[in-house]
Design a protein around this ligand. Structure first.
Ligand code: ZN
Length: 430
């Protein structure tokens, strides 16, 4: 058995109403064996947690990691110009190897900014899954399904191959979902088939919903419904575990349709802000019992995969929207980025809080910095002042992926070189 002992850190368990305390954490193989004020036991490795905060790793509930190759390539454009003139032509050139290295770049950034698990929807998911195995991260993977033209069932075959071949891989770090892309790319017939299959095989569903006003208009023109009504009528929320990305433009009636759904919503505030999409009704959804977690969306739009930026944006947006600084307080927004996101991925029994018996997915934040002193309220300090660059150590499934900011499961030199070369080829002439 391999044992890692972390000594003398400030511990934020993110369990409800549990106050921070100073203590030790013992990890045995992939699990947290003990969390108490003092542990005096032998270990293979002892990490000094003095001046550090230990907390659950952040969970990015909506990403397209390999789009990291297109970071800061086309910004400050209208959504449809950004998509049609820049993203889609560049993505059309992506090979399986590009997607592997793009995902490795994404995982490098996530590990370096304290994210331990993510949900991803893309193509060539074999390459994404291999990058997850190699990086040591945890992920819920989905092959995006667009049904605008007949591809002879190719995408669906790939989606099922991903589920059959990769679920449970990487010592159980990989889980999978079915991914009908969005209401406007999934007509009623194929959507109904996917929902039926998901229900029969008990596979969770990951789908974009109501990201833009254009989407609302499109669905209104076609079906005289809101996108949420469209998915509701298709039966998506009856029995399936569903991960909804965005949910920006919901009516009061839409929010009520989501009541009691299994799964919930990934709120992606930085991408929503940057593309000028709007402000999701986060507090309204929470008040109606909908689980709301948090994600970045791809770096092609969000530009950064730093979840600490999302934490700030999420709470700022709600405070501004409601003209009320008391909404979405620090502790609650940190829970959204950890345990609530874990619920969206269906892994909340294993990760998302620091508790004995759970998987050891945790991070150490270094407080020995001007912007993180003095320490009054640890939740507020971490939510409002910390950034991803303050993460010193990242551990997933009991394996140290980064320590003292050194990535340990990959060659950063190789990732940097491959990313630069491949990214240059993808955008040439665009
Ligand atoms: Zn997305």
């Amino acid at each position: 058995m391999k044992r890692i002992l972390i000594k003398g850190c400030s511990i934020l368990t993110m369990c409800i109403k549990e106050q921070p305390f100073i203590g030790d954490i013992l990890i045995e193989d992939e699990r947290i064996a003990k969390i108490t004020p003092s542990i005096e036991e032998a270990a293979d490795r002892v990490l000094n947690g003095g001046g550090m905060v230990a907390m659950p790793g952040l969970i990015n509930a909506h990403n397209h990691a390999s789009m990291s190759l297109l970071r800061a390539f086309s910004d400050d454009l209208r959504l449809m110009d950004w998509l049609d003139k820049k993203m889609l032509p560049a993505e059309a050139r992506m090979t399986k190897e590009d997607i592997y290295f793009g995902t490795m770049l994404g995982t490098a950034e996530m590990i370096a900014s304290g994210t331990t698990a993510f949900a991803d929807m893309y193509v060539h998911m074999d390459a994404v899954a291999q990058a997850v195995v190699d990086s040591g991260m945890r992920a819920s993977l989905t092959r995006g399904l667009v049904f605008l033209e007949d591809d002879g069932g190719r995408r669906m075959t790939e989606a099922l191959d991903l589920i059959d071949n990769w679920t449970g891989a990487g010592d159980g770090r990989i889980t999978t979902m079915l991914g009908p892309h969005a209401p406007y790319t999934c007509p009623p017939q194929p959507l109904a088939e996917v929902i039926d299959l998901a229900r029969k095989r008990r596979i969770p569903v990951h789908i974009h919903l109501a990201e833009t006003r254009e989407e609302i208009e499109k669905i209104r023109m076609k079906y005289n419904q809101t996108p949420t009504e469209y998915l509701h009528e298709a039966g998506l929320f009856q029995d399936n575990h569903v991960l909804l990305a965005h949910a920006v433009h919901l009516t009061g009636t839409d929010v009520k349709l989501l009541r009691g759904m299994k799964g919930g919503v990934s709120h992606n505030p930085v991408s929503n802000l940057k593309l000028g999409c709007g402000i999701a009704p986060v507090t309204d959804m929470i008040a109606n019992g909908v689980t709301v977690g948090m994600g970045t969306d791809g770096a092609g739009s969000a530009t950064t995969l730093d979840m600490f930026a999302e934490i700030k944006a999420a709470t700022w947006m709600q405070k501004l929207e409601h003209g009320n600084p008391t909404v979405l307080p620090a502790e609650q927004v940190l829970r959204m980025a950890t345990i609530e996101s874990a619920k969206l991925l269906g892994i909340e029994k294993e990760v998302g809080t620091l508790e004995e018996g759970k998987r050891a997915d945790l991070i150490l934040l270094d407080l020995n910095k001007p912007h993180l002193q003095p320490v009054h309220n640890l939740h507020a300090l971490v939510a409002y002042s910390a950034t991803g660059a303050d993460v010193d150590t990242t551990i997933v499934n009991g394996q140290i992926l980064m320590h003292r900011r050194q990535l340990l499961t990959m060659s950063w030199e190789e990732i940097r070189r491959e990313s630069a070369e491949r990214a240059a080829r993808l955008v040439e002439g665009l």
